[in-house]
Ligand binder design. Structure first.
Ligand code: XIL
Length: 380
């Protein structure tokens, strides 16, 4: 499977080699273009041993991309409970610590992802099976508060922004999800609110974000409505939430042209963003990439459609002065999570990120650069 994938990619790259695209040392990187508008660009990054073929800072080829283009980093997995909590009474920060040290050495800011990924399938197994004892509410409260205080206390101002809660709205129903933790606590929304109140106390300097994947594609109406209800509740009850993290795993689902899709999707999406910003929330694009699983194999054709679709999306998003930070979920197709999560039927890499599998900038890179150039300067 892997070999076949590389084979296709090699052919696609050979075909594309004649078209020069940025980026090299003399061209400003994406974060520089962003900075000119009072914005920032960043990416997720993984941990690995030195020199591993991974999307990690310890892979020099990947680090070069980060250092050229990024002003912000976020750990792809290493701050999640699955990584930091080997057991109920144990913490392990041995992966994340060197990632933060790297970011600081490079002068890059760090986002914290995430204090609570409130979805059972991404809980560590021990947490799904945990016995909360005779006073489950107190035990759940202690566990959540203890987790957040430990992480925020350890890193202090070194982390400027947290996805305090990730994905707590079920996209199918629009209702808050239940987990072992929320069942023990007895109230899924109350648990989420406790997370934010604890984070504000433990990291008063930090931007506190509710992060989710409600998107602008058709079929997301229920999810968006559920997120809006959650955000309204936060405001009603004075819960300290500063921003909505719009993950932005966008994708081309329909058959129609990009222009037609954009025309269909844009109205309801803007209405959603208007409602969010109308309540005083800022916006962050936290995990941008473009799922191309439904697009043809031909790399040129795919890259063009992906870039056009991304450009239209970013123009809408950048219209909102409440948005300053854009992070992509990976710089390079070679390591993209979509290759595992939503693999293409033809076995080629998803071309979802700014650089191809050979570390060359693609039309998507150009589309992001151009979107920053078109963006209005953010108010100072
Ligand atoms: C993904 C990582 O990229 C994968 O490596 C991991 O196996 C699962 O999680 N939404 C999120 C991110 O908030 O944390 C997810 O990251 C992608 C979807």
């Amino acid at each position: 499977m892997q070999l076949r994938r590389r084979g296709f990619l090699g052919a696609a790259l050979a075909a594309g080699a004649a078209r020069p695209l940025l980026a090299h040392a003399s061209v400003p990187g994406l974060n520089e273009l962003a900075a000119a508008k009072g914005m920032r660009f960043g990416s997720c990054v993984a941990w690995s041993v030195a020199g591993a073929d991974r999307g990690a800072f310890a892979n020099p080829a990947y680090a070069r991309l980060l250092e050229r283009d990024c002003g912000i980093l976020v750990p792809e997995n290493e701050l999640k409970w699955q990584w930091t909590r080997p057991g109920a009474a144990r913490f392990d920060f041995s992966r994340f610590d060197p990632m933060l040290a790297y970011a600081e050495a490079q002068g890059m800011a760090m986002r914290g992802h995430t204090l609570l990924w409130h979805k059972s399938s991404f809980f560590p197994r021990w947490l799904n099976e945990h016995d909360f004892g005779p006073r489950p509410r107190d035990a759940a409260e202690r566990m959540l508060i203890g987790h957040i205080r430990t992480v925020c206390g350890r890193y202090g101002k070194r982390i400027f922004s947290y996805d305090v809660v990730n994905e707590t709205i079920d996209e199918k129903t629009g209702e808050p999800r239940e987990t072992s933790l929320s069942r023990a606590f007895g109230d899924p929304v109350g648990l989420v609110e406790l997370a934010f109140r604890t984070a504000r106390e433990a990291a008063p300097h930090a931007e506190l974000v509710y992060n989710d994947y409600m998107s602008w594609e058709l079929g997301n109406a229920k999810h968006r409505a559920g997120v809006l209800r959650l955000l309204e509740g936060f405001r009603k009850r004075g819960v300290p939430v500063d921003a909505l993290g719009v993950q932005s795993h966008i994708g081309i689902a329909g058959e129609g042209s990009v222009a037609r899709l954009v025309a269909q999707q844009q109205g309801p999406w803007r209405a959603f963003l208007d409602a969010v910003t109308g309540m005083g929330y800022r916006l962050v694009i936290t995990e941008f990439d473009v799922n191309d699983a439904r697009l043809p194999t031909d790399a040129h054709a795919r890259d063009r459609i992906v870039a056009d679709y991304a450009a239209a999306y970013l123009d809408v998003m950048f219209d909102y002065p409440q948005l300053r930070d854009l992070l992509v979920w990976g710089m390079n197709d070679r390591y993209g999570w979509l290759n595992g999560f939503r693999p293409r039927a033809d076995g080629t890499f998803q071309r979802a990120t700014p650089y191809d599998g050979d570390f060359r900038a693609k039309p998507l890179y150009r589309a992001i650069a151009d979107a920053f150039e078109r963006a209005a300067p953010r108010p100072t």
